[in-house]
Design a protein around this ligand. Structure first.
Ligand code: 26V
Length: 809
């Protein structure tokens, strides 16, 4: 045997928190110290807010050790690093999640109780960090948790929006938006880094010197870093989420100020700050907003400058970047990364164009999250050329370079065409891997979104089916079920979700099923209390929560609700399964049809809930302002999960996974990750209905498909008739005429064609509900078989298929 030269030992990780830090009495002392010295309050006068801050600081202190240790090990190992660029991180509350990951959940409870405070009240005092719209942003948050759990040396990069996603209220059933202001309070989880600041240019002109150019921006702002540590399970590793805030390059115009023109003097500052002011709330259509383009470039340029600065400090050749750095683009929003990286390499580092382009491709990966044509980003060339003149030139060169390497490339693969820059094509061409987010979606990315580029670049498209973090979505959200899993022999599932398989045989055990049912019942009772309105916790809780979109078909759900109401009224003594239909979700402020659906749900609820004949059997509730913390209340209390999008439209879905993990049964179509969920849990434990993707495409191509479907369905006809007569809008009978007309004539998402199948599937659900033993057996099997959908598994896939990085644990 030859002796291997031993690698120099890596700095040790601060894995186990020192014994003192785990104790509730030391924690209590630290809370009191922070209350006194960080908040300047004495316990007699401290508010819930003060206590929460003091506790957050005490926990944050305990993250710093593992965080520094992980950073040291990353530097010492010289390992390849991952950078996740995302315009959205939908984190939610942080305090309880941090306590759980640190193993301090129980200690917190005790320490806080010793201090005369209520742990739950402190947890609920924290505003959600709502820096995202929906699935794409929440996935980024789950990925940060998993990368920290797996010991991947990674940074997340995002924008520190002053205002996260708007708050939703209902007035007369209609959605009203108000600004969100999570930063009006101090944010205890961030460290401001005034020294980490980069200049970000816009507009201006370009002068040339061969490949190299000098861009003279006409405007610029500073991006300043704000770091949030992200602690993994058991506190073994911590990464950084670096969020950029925009600041003016010059504070204000002193000359104007001295002249007394205060408003004009403050103008540059106000203008700069608008860049990180608000999250774009529209995830339905792409609006050609210069501000949005500036936000995307702001994030991307700050991140790449930061990455190159860190890499440059290691003194390596810029052409080796792809061996040391992987940059993942969360959808096309940061797709300007390709041109920006080329610009930095060519203009600042003197690299030739082609080498720079090849280097960029070796570094970048691109994840697609939607097939909706209206959500695919395109920028008018005049806007791109005006806002980012140097990038516009580089984009044209990339297009040339690609056309020369693929002389037979079809015209529709060009990045610049029809006077628009197509960000999907740009991201595809500039990435060495392009991935979809479920098996079906990845197939569609290859077959319908980018068929020609897929043919030119065989092997480039891969699948990475989405996942969810079991720490937040089981341990935090459903302590009852989490405890039962431990007790029943699946302990350790937090970091190895496949261990839930050990519950599988217990599905046959009546005693275990009873415990499982009791956990669900307690969750439902708690939710019923919170929702108010005297809901019957013994009724089936049937839940659809997600953004409001036509393709997600909340409309089909509310139509079925009306049909059920009519059927119950026809036969009030029938053996109906009592149901509470729960809806949650926000409509984009500019999406009129979605807002109409919101209003219809509320209008229908008002009529049904007031009906003495049916109200014990059917209720509709729509709590406003669905967000991550509401999801944590609703999902563990669900009996039935509605995943009913038109086949071929939902890229993956991740709510579907959260529900099944928490023991809800799914009624769903063969869309997104539903397909794989059904494969995992077993077809017999899933209520499938509806057209397949191919059938949906064929139906859509059939003239008058919806008219035919409605005429063939007496149930649907009656429902539409009732709505059109103004039964749910007495004061304005014509309110939903347009909506009903569209169903007859222009039903792109096939609500009519799938309605009867959905109705029948719901009746199968009713029948199953009447056999509790069988229902609970299915519910146990759903939870037990969800191991595949841990985001730890997803991240392992990215590590091997896209990033080529390994764990440093
Ligand atoms: C598009 C745009 C266009 C410009 C304005 C701002 C904006 C924001 C978001 C989007 C696209 C949103 C795409 C999205 O959230 N997709 C969801 O991604 C989830 C995670 O992969 C997946 O589970 C959902 O099925 C998919 O809809």
């Amino acid at each position: 045997m030859t002796e291997q030269p031993s690698a120099p030992a890596l700095p040790s990780l601060q894995t186990a928190l020192d014994a003192g830090a785990l104790r509730s009495d030391t924690l209590r002392e630290d809370i009191l110290r922070h209350l006194r010295y960080s908040l300047g309050k004495d316990p007699a006068h401290a508010s819930v807010y003060d206590w929460r801050m003091a506790l957050s600081f005490a926990l944050r202190d305990r993250i710093v050790g593992p965080w520094f240790a992980a950073t040291k090990r990353t530097y010492a190992s010289g390992a390849k690093r991952v950078y996740y660029l995302s315009m959205e991180f939908l984190i939610g509350r942080i305090l309880e999640d941090a306590a759980i990951n640190l193993g301090l959940h129980e200690a917190c409870r005790v320490a806080v109780a010793d201090l005369g405070q209520d742990w739950a009240a402190l947890v609920e005092d924290e505003p959600d960090a709502a820096l995202g719209n929906g699935g794409l942003g929440r996935l980024a948050a789950c990925f940060m948790d998993s990368m920290a759990t797996l010991g991947v040396p990674a940074h997340g990069y995002g924008i520190r929006y002053e205002h996260g996603l708007f708050r939703q209220r209902f007035e007369g059933g209609q959605q009203v938006e108000t600004p969100e202001d999570w930063l009006s309070q101090k944010h205890p989880w961030e460290f401001e880094r005034p020294e980490v600041a980069y200049e970000i240019g816009f507009k201006g002109h370009v002068t040339y010197d061969g490949d190299r150019a000098r861009w003279h921006p006409g405007e610029s702002v500073l991006a300043t870093g704000h770091d949030m540590p992200v602690i993994g399970w058991k506190g073994r590793w911590a990464n950084t989420l670096r969020l950029w805030a925009a600041a003016p390059t010059t504070l204000f115009d002193l000359e104007r100020f001295n002249r007394g023109d205060y408003a004009a003097a403050a103008e540059p500052e106000a203008l700069a700050r608008t860049i990180s002011r608000v999250l774009y709330p529209d995830d339905t259509t792409y609006q050609g907003k210069e501000l949005r383009l500036k936000q995307e470039y702001f994030l991307t340029s700050a991140a790449l400058q930061d990455i190159l600065r860190r890499f440059g400090n290691s003194g390596q050749d810029p052409l080796s970047l792809g061996r040391h750095v992987a940059v993942q683009l969360n959808d096309t929003h940061p797709a300007i990364a390709g041109p920006e990286l080329i610009r930095l390499l060519v203009d600042d580092h003197g690299v030739g164009f082609e080498e720079a382009a090849e280097t960029a491709v070796s570094v970048l990966g691109f994840t697609n999250h939607t097939l909706m044509p209206e959500a695919l980003e395109r920028w008018a060339t005049y806007l791109m050329g005006n806002t980012l003149p140097r990038h516009m030139q580089i984009i044209e060169r990339i297009d040339d370079w690609h056309a020369r390497s693929h002389p037979k490339r079809p015209a529709n693969t060009a990045i610049v065409r029809d006077d628009q820059v197509h960000m999907g094509e740009l991201a595809f061409i500039m990435a060495h891997r392009v991935n979809g987010v479920s098996a079906l979606h990845s197939d569609l990315v290859a077959s319908s979104l980018f068929p020609d580029l897929a043919a030119l670049h065989p092997g480039r498209i891969v699948n990475e089916t989405n996942g969810i973090t079991p720490r937040r979505w089981l341990k935090l959200a459903n302590p009852g079920l989490a405890g039962l899993a431990d007790e029943a022999g699946a302990a350790g599932w937090e970091a190895d979700l496949d261990r839930l398989r050990r519950l599988e045989p217990l599905a046959e055990d009546a005693g275990f099923r009873e415990k499982f049912r009791a956990v669900k019942q307690a969750n439902k009772a708690r939710l019923a209390d919170w929702l108010g309105g005297g809901l019957n916790p013994a009724a089936m809780f049937d839940i659809q929560v997600k953004r409001i979109h036509e393709y997600k078909r909340q409309l089909m759900n509310v139509l079925e609700t009306i049909a059920l109401w009519q059927a119950i009224r026809d036969d009030p003594g029938g053996a109906w399964a009592p149901r509470v239909k729960i809806f949650g979700g926000k409509a984009a402020p500019g999406y009129a049809v979605a807002k109409e659906i919101v209003r219809l749900i509320n209008d229908v609820g008002a009529v049904l809930n007031a009906d003495e004949v049916t109200r014990d059997l059917l209720r509709v509730v729509y709590p406003p302002n669905y967000n991550v913390s509401m999801a944590e209340r609703l999902i563990p209390a669900a009996d039935l999960s509605e995943q009913i999008s038109t086949a071929g439209t939902e890229a993956s879905g991740t709510g579907n996974m959260k529900f099944a993990l928490n023991g809800a049964l799914t009624i769903g179509t063969l869309d997104g990750a539903n397909v794989e969920i059904r494969e995992q849990v077993g077809a017999e434990n899933f209520f499938l209905f509806g057209l397949t993707t191919e059938e949906a495409t064929a139906t859509r191509a059939t003239p008058d498909h919806s008219r035919a479907a409605i005429e063939a369905s007496p149930i649907l006809q009656r429902v539409l008739q009732t709505i059109a007569e103004g039964r749910f809008s007495h004061e304005e009978p014509g309110r939903y005429r347009g909506l009903v007309d569209r169903l007859w004539t222009n039903d792109h998402f096939l609500v009519a064609s799938d309605f009867d199948a959905y109705w029948q599937a719901q009746r199968r659900v009713d029948a199953a509900w009447h056999d509790p033993a069988s229902w609970n057996r299915m519910a146990v099997l759903n939870a037990a078989r969800m191991g595949y959908f841990s985001s730890d598994r997803t991240i392992s896939g990215y590590m091997s298929d896209i990033w080529d990085v390994s764990s440093l644990l």
